[in-house]
Design a protein around this ligand. Sequence first.
Ligand code: NAD
Ligand code: IPM
Ligand code: MN
Length: 346
Amino acid sequence: SRVVKLAVIPGDGIGPEVVAEAEKVLDAVTAGSGVVFDKTRFSLGAARFLETGDTLTDEDLAAISANDAILLGAVGGQPGDPRLKDANIERGLLLKLRFTLDHYVNLRPSKLFTGAAGPLAEPGEIDFVVVREGTEGPYVGNGGAIRKGTPHEVANETSVNTAFGVERVVRYAFDLAERRSRKLTLVHKTNVLVHAGAIWQRIVNEVAAEHPDVAVDYLHVDAATIFLVTDPSRFDVIVTDNLFGDILTDLAGAVTGGIGLAASGNINPDGAFPSMFEPVHGSAPDIAGQQKADPTAAILSVALLLDHLGLSEESARVSAAVEADIAARDGARTTAEIGSAIAARL
Ligand code: NAD
Ligand code: IPM
Ligand code: MN
């Protein structure tokens, strides 16, 4: 039988609650399938930092890298907690994993499932994928501040966009569009961010010439937020930078029935490093420990994980179980009840 080495990082807040359900579903779909997931658990996040002072050690990183894939719940404490200032869990842990493991495709599908309680009165059919660049942009940490705390303070955060980095994610997005509805929308802010905008637009134009059958569209990010609410059916594949992609995918989650349904994959398509699958949402300190979190996003992240590993049949079975569960939803259930119900359909 095939053995897949899986690093599991439950994390903070609702992370462990939703990961428990994701594992339930992974166990159910692989039972008797001939695929065995050999899991190693990593205790990382805000809680670990408060206990030990460690964010992500070199040993952690090496041990995680030795796996075939990673399943992550969510990391991070209460926003603004002064005790976590030095930990910088988001940069020192989550982004460090994404950058070190070269997760240059941050894949975030958005689909309105039948029965999902979205906020739009007439949503139409929503089924698009945001291909968010994952290793560059304003996220790289190319910044600094001088004269801190004075009225003359200057604080900079430079967006880094390399031809290499933009081209590889744009190529991935076009290849994905070829396998879907052949429609690709570049989202940026080329009217203001002229240098970063120009490189994205130029490379999209160049790669578009190799894909004459893909209809290419462009929207400024502010206008894109309008259309995500008023006409989300217009989208198939959206390709965008790290920060715009972050913001758009929370909005996309809200529009398709809530952030508790939004899955993601941090993908290294070359396969040189393990890819990492996680819900789009965070650790939700406001509902943590209460079994109120929806584990569906984590479960759909397992579907993305299976698909990435070439286990497309298992992936489809998980998606179908989620779809059936959402269609049958009525009334409140605990995190574990949702996970068990989905697992029971497998
Ligand atoms: P959040 O996504 O944790 O929460 C935003 C809102 O969505 C909250 O009201 C929360 O209760 C709700 N929500 C989130 N997940 C839900 C679920 N599965 N079911 C039901 N409701 C859900 O965002 P935040 O409050 O801005 O961030 C909290 C912490 O998480 C911060 O430390 C942040 O940095 C971190 N964070 C981590 C990740 C990650 O690990 N990938 C992602 C985003 C935020
Ligand atoms: C996400 C999160 C992260 C991001 C944070 C926690 C660093 O918001 O995965 O969407 O901005 O990418
Ligand atoms: Mn986000």
